[in-house]
Design a protein around this ligand. Structure first.
Ligand code: ZN
Length: 239
């Protein structure tokens, strides 16, 4: 599969803590473990021409991963529309962590996608609530992260088509951490963990879920549905 990992790549420029955790950038770390799965992986970042998401790149992308946080507003509406059209045409999209507030996710959801948050170095336990789903394959009952940012309900999203993970945080909140949606012919997976100052994307279980998500989101080989005025298949009213 052809995978593109998109990252805003701003914390990596300005925050030494983030640079120490992700010397190759969040996108670099994600690309490396997906390459080991046998995929063709490219990265793209905000400051590249067209944010690295040219027509050519998107048309040859089967699944796009998205990590953004502080610069959502700098993503051009034109590129967001281009990504949206590709999703509706079948490209898979995996939205990570603070990507919940990205233009592309909000556009596809149609809600504010707002939530509660707190940075307090607290434990997160992601409970698998759908053990039959391919995205949770190989994960046990739960994944435990010693330190993460808290995201809490209410999370203002449409009811997910499938809910895969429910997070519990040390401070008491819970959160729908793994949600899937269908939009047009495309599949969308939102996966919560991955605050930039924690080594979450180095965690093998988190990598397993993301790799599973990529496989699940692979476009189905299918003709585009036919819309509009249609000729009858049978002769109507002949008897
Ligand atoms: Zn965060």
């Amino acid at each position: 599969m052809n995978i593109t990992v998109w990252n805003e790549n701003r914390h990596e420029q300005t925050n030494q803590v983030v640079r120490d955790v992700y010397p190759d950038g969040i996108h670099g770390t994600i690309a490396q473990f997906l390459e080991k799965e046998g995929h063709q992986v490219r990265t793209a970042t905000l400051d590249e021409e067209e944010h690295g998401l040219t027509e050519d790149v998107l048309h040859s992308t089967d699944v796009l991963l998205w990590w953004g946080h502080q610069a959502h507003e700098e993503v051009s509406d034109e590129i967001v529309e281009r990504v949206k059209q590709r999703v509706l045409d079948g490209m898979g999209l995996i939205v990570l962590h603070s990507g919940h507030f990205s233009k592309i996710f909000k556009t596809l959801m149609g809600t504010t996608c707002d939530l509660k948050w707190r940075e307090a170095n607290e434990k997160e336990r992601l409970w698998v609530v759908d053990p039959s789903h391919p995205i949770t394959e190989g994960v046990g009952e739960f994944i435990e992260l010693e330190k993460e940012e808290m995201y809490g309900e209410h999370f203002d999203i449409p009811a997910p088509d499938e809910l895969l993970f429910l997070s519990w945080f040390e401070g008491g909140e819970v959160f729908r951490s793994g949600c899937t949606y269908r939009r047009g012919q495309g599949k969308v997976f939102y996966f919560r963990p991955g605050h930039e100052t924690y080594p979450t994307y180095h965690n093998p279980e988190i990598q397993r879920v993301i790799a599973n998500g990529v496989r699940w989101a692979e476009p189905v080989k299918q003709e585009k549905p036919v819309y509009g005025n249609a000729k009858p298949l049978e002769t109507i009213g002949s008897k």
